[in-house]
Design a protein around this ligand. Structure first.
Ligand SMILES: Cc1ncc(COP(=O)(O)O)c(C=O)c1O
Length: 378
């Protein structure tokens, strides 16, 4: 199956369409047509003594550095009619990546953008949002709060009431969130994936990415097991909330897009294991991913230990490590989490010694003792 373009975007090579009468729709269609196919990286390794192949889709290799670029374009398209009013302001609650993508799109469209954020957000992303002309509106929640999302949503509703022409795309309830992953992200991944794939792993926050992937893969590859990865303390699939430190994965409420039929299994990983996986992957392959991707990999490894028959899996990695220099890749932050700072001691473990991700056919990249320049706090 060739890579596809999202519904509404021009297909490369196809006859040009007449420009849309709505400038927002025209802009989104062009951005979608120009969006790159994000690369996959295949890792062959032994887990529990069995050869396995992990195909990672690196969504960080995209214009706004995360999978949320696709979501942002789809959300903006869904409210295009409301944005034609002069003085319209886009308001959204975000843990970071969506805010970054929305700030860039709104800047290009000449729209005001207000991101409602909490203190867990990466300072690197905060600066990038402001550099794009976006405004940060902070909710003050204590470090150990479990109500960040509820507090942010309350604040969005206040802004919606108080600002003239405020438009809230609402990533938590807007079907445009999951639909874009069904029509675009999933077929693209499907076309890049080997026919032998047996399971697909993706993290959940709003659940939009996984809902879209699940709907597509259930149709095209019904034999592929869909595994949702969440973190302990999150209530995306219900349960009791607990304070969490990672952003981009987990939420303090149930997903409006996912139910028990969307997934075959839900794994709730320890955030420390997620962070350890980020370091193991970087140590062994040179790829630095964000914390939510680390969680996906931690869940994947746990699953593979329990399933010797599963040899080939697909993992959706929502972003890279570039925004997490001051957190996931910083010794002081690791210290707060009670994790050792030396990369060699951060290898993911699931009971038995874990061989990590070292590719069978390539030497591992030596790990720097401290975060690389790219990861250093800015
Ligand atoms: C880094 C990162 N990973 C994963 C996700 C989760 O995606 P979704 O909201 O589609 O479940 C997000 C969402 O903000 C994110 O920023």
């Amino acid at each position: 199956m060739p890579p596809t373009s999202p519904a509404g975007a021009a297909t490369p090579g196809a006859a040009p369409r007449p420009p849309s009468a709505n400038p927002v729709l025209g802009h989104v269609a062009r951005a979608m047509a120009d969006y790159p196919v994000t690369p996959v990286r295949t890792i062959r390794t032994e887990i529990a003594g069995i050869p396995r192949t992990l195909t990672l889709k690196l969504e960080g290799c995209s214009p706004w550095h995360s999978i949320k670029g696709r979501t942002a374009l789809s959300l903006i398209r869904s409210v295009a009619g409301e944005l034609s009013v002069p003085g319209a302001t886009v308001v959204e609650s975000t843990s970071g990546n969506l805010g970054l993508a929305l700030s860039a799109i709104c800047r290009d469209l000449g729209l005001r953008f207000v991101a409602v954020v909490d203190h867990r957000q990466s300072p690197v992303i905060q600066q990038a949002i402001e550099a794009n002309g976006g405004e940060l509106d902070w909710v003050k929640t204590p470090d150990d709060a479990t109500t960040h999302l509820q507090d942010r949503l309350t604040r969005v509703r206040e802004l919606q009431r108080d600002l003239p022409h405020a438009v809230w795309p609402n990533q938590y309830e807007n079907d445009a969130n999951w639909r874009i992953h069904e029509s675009w992200t999933a077929p693209e991944f499907d076309a890049q994936a080997d026919g032998a794939a047996q399971a697909l792993f993706a993290g959940v926050s709003t659940g939009g990415t996984l809902a879209g992937l699940s709907r597509h893969f259930r149709r095209t590859r019904p034999g592929v097991r869909i595994v949702a990865v969440d973190v302990q303390g999150s209530t995306v699939f219900g349960g009791v909330p607990r304070p969490r430190v990672l952003t981009g994965i987990g939420a303090g409420r149930r997903s409006a897009f996912l139910d028990d039929t969307s997934v075959d299994e839900v794994l709730r990983v320890d955030e420390r294991q997620a962070v350890a996986c980020c370091h193991t992957l970087r140590h062994d392959t040179g790829i630095a991913v964000g914390g939510s991707s680390g969680a996906v990999l931690a869940g994947c490894l746990e699953y593979l230990y329990r399933h010797p028959e599963v040899r080939h899996v697909l993992c959706l990695c929502p972003d890279l490590g570039e925004h997490y220099g001051p957190t996931v890749y910083h010794p002081a932050w690791l210290d707060r989490l009670g994790l050792p700072a030396e990369p060699g001691r951060l290898r993911h473990r699931t009971g038995a010694a874990c061989p990590g991700f070292e590719p069978a056919d390539a030497p591992s990249t030596p790990a720097p003792a401290t975060p690389s320049e790219e990861d250093a706090p800015r």
